[in-house]
Design a protein around this ligand. Sequence first.
Ligand code: GDP
Ligand code: GDP
Length: 436
Amino acid sequence: MAKPIVAIVGRPNVGKSTLFNRLAGHRIAIVEDTPGVTRDRIYADADWLRHNFKLIDTGGIEPKSDDIILAQMRRQAQVAMETADVIIFIVDGKTGLTDSDHEVAGMLRRSGKPIVLAVNKIDSFKDEDNAFEFYNLGLGNPITISASQGLGLGELLDEVVSHFPDYEVEEDQDVVRVAFVGRPNVGKSSLINRLLGEERAIVSEIPGTTRDALDSYIETKEGKFILVDTAGLRRKSKVKEEIERYSVVRTLTAIERADVVVLMIDAVDGIADQDEKIIGYAHEMRKAIMVIVNKWDLIEKDDKTMDKYLKNLKSELNFLAYAPFLFISALTGQRTQKVLSMAQECYSNYTKKIGTGVLNDVIGKALMMKEPPVIGTKRLKIYYGTQTGVKPPTFVFFVNDPECLHFSYARYIENQLRDNFDFKGTGIKIEYRERK
Ligand code: GDP
Ligand code: GDP
């Protein structure tokens, strides 16, 4: 299930990172062998009173002059307005109100998005009065917080979650959201246009199903889909890191909201670090994933070329062993008719339900075939397991002591599930819980 997205916007040094780290609480899950994923903190999972959400820190580099600060803040706010469901606008209660705060508040106000105004660095009660002047921003009641002391955060979060959209009502079970990700020029738009142009495809604008201009709705014999183009920023910028961060924020949001993530690679250029990183996020979020190698028409080939290419690619993306691969040409249409059927197959595994009976038969057999190793003085016992959710398939296994689970045994169990049930093209989640 897609989570609401909350973005933090504010001037440099107002405490965005401090707040981000506070709210993120626990670190985002580190999945082994996923390259580069957790090094920069652009987004994190957070929760408050049964609400789960994704937090984005749109803060970028440290600018040196007021002009640059303002220009950067405008862009930051722009990205937040495009991607977030709720925006936390954070200002500095020690410095007081500044011109750039005014400017950005105006932009945010006009966007019509829910904005929560947080006045930070109110470390003690006697500083509360500092917050009054921020009423001038026209963003409603300022909420006073101290990110570093952890004060006022409950109030802030109450306000934030009160603005969350009701995804459960909004979600149509039958419509598959497919996000196409990949570097500029790999052929994302070409492929989407071809799919939309294919015979028997019904393309329409259905209000409420498409979130922005880059979403297209389509009905085919394979099913109903929303195709999402994640074309990042192409505009040239003086500040390269900043642009990269913003296009990452946009892409991450699209991934978060997608059911199936399609990584597109240019056959000639091959895979880049950026691709691994982006698809690493999708992997961490346990989305359904497939990989498309496009521009296959440009490769000179013999009968072994595809096998060789596939082998190299799979070793570079070794954490994606479960994903299917497809070689196409968006230009000539070679194999493009397989794209949506493959996406549908990934989706059906992403929403698959396994009965408790057969699940426990498989667990029982797996335990018999390979005994868990002794950890310390104890050996893991799995009493029983049950599926608790879909999107992705999520399981809870009740055990004597989760500490006794060796990662290699966890991998073995996951592989046993994958061998016995078809989970091709989707992440799965297994949680080990102590049975009391
Ligand atoms: P960012 O540039 O907006 O991400 O700001 P940072 O989170 O890096 O914080 C900038 C500075 O403000 C750091 O020195 C923080 O320790 C300090 N800071 C952050 N929150 C608070 C707070 O609630 N009270 C005080 N007194 N200082 C804070
Ligand atoms: P995007 O930036 O990922 O959306 O990429 P585009 O769809 O705009 O494609 C970038 C360029 O690659 C365009 O000039 C396309 O005509 C070209 N292109 C896209 N798909 C193919 C393909 O399968 N083969 C060849 N030879 N060129 C392609």
